[in-house]
Design a protein around this ligand. Structure first.
Ligand code: ADE
Length: 239
């Protein structure tokens, strides 16, 4: 997979080269390009923004600069992702969809966003998603790109040491994952739940499912509603 990011703060994307992502890069599992939007400006001030039509606070990013940048960076198999608090929610399902893509291009907006015609024009040639990573407002799309890329790249074959960890995550079955424990058996007078030391794997699976259900019920009841009755068995419903 190839990933390109266009931003006015290329240094903000340095973490893409660290830790898990850095290892995926070194092993040739992904290629990453980070591009400075100002390389596509035409004036001495290297201006990327202008006042909004209709008035109001803030500045809007100019269509000419973005248009030229995307013409150069996007190709025949690009899916363009524009992080914005006004986007559709970024979810694990979308992460899985992106993991199957050959080329992702991220367009990081700042200020009050990018002139909408940039998105509308790109959508005439390629799939374009405006996505939000949560119901809060960041200063720009860069931090959202780090979040999205990490969620996508860990799903690529060979990136995680143990592929089962990606399959058993929170959200993979629509529930939050329950608690985990390691040695020692007792720590600061807190003991690991008895059942996990029982060696009875049927019982352990049932206990884990119960913990996941209880946690989801308390923290994210909206997820349970989305799951629907069909995904819950007789025992689940009693929990
Ligand atoms: N840019 C600013 N806020 C954002 C958010 N919540 N998600 C994605 N991009 C953003």
């Amino acid at each position: 997979m190839r990933i390109d990011v266009v931003t006015i703060f290329p240094e903000y994307l340095q973490p893409l080269r660290a830790a898990l992502l850095g290892r995926a890069l070194d092993r040739g599992l992904i290629e990453i390009g980070v591009h400075d939007l100002r390389d596509w400006t035409h004036d001495v001030h290297r201006a990327v923004d202008d006042a909004p039509y209709g008035g109001g606070p803030g500045m809007v990013m100019k269509p000419q600069v973005w248009g030229d940048a995307l013409d150069d960076v996007c190709g025949d198999d690009t899916r363009l992702v524009v992080p914005t608090p006004a986007g559709r929610p970024f979810t694990q399902d979308l992460a899985r969809a992106y993991a199957g893509q050959r080329h992702l291009v991220f367009a990081c907006g700042r200020y009050e966003g990018i002139d909408q015609r940039v998105i509308d024009d790109a959508a005439r040639r390629m799939p374009v998603d405006e996505v939000s990573i949560g119901d809060y407002v960041l200063v720009g799309g860069e931090a959202a790109v780090l979040v999205i890329v990490e969620a996508v790249v860990r799903l690529l074959p060979g990136v995680l040491g143990n592929p089962v960890s990606a399959e058993q995550d929170s959200f993979s079955d629509g529930l939050l994952e329950g608690p985990s424990y390691t040695r020692p058996e007792v720590w600061r007078d807190l003991a690991v739940p008895e059942v996990l030391r029982s060696g009875n794997h049927a019982l352990i699976d049932r206990w884990r499912r119960d913990q996941a259900l209880a946690r989801t019920y308390h923290r994210r009841p909206d997820l349970l509603e989305r799951l629907g009755e069909g995904s819950l068995d007789e025992h689940d419903r009693r929990v």
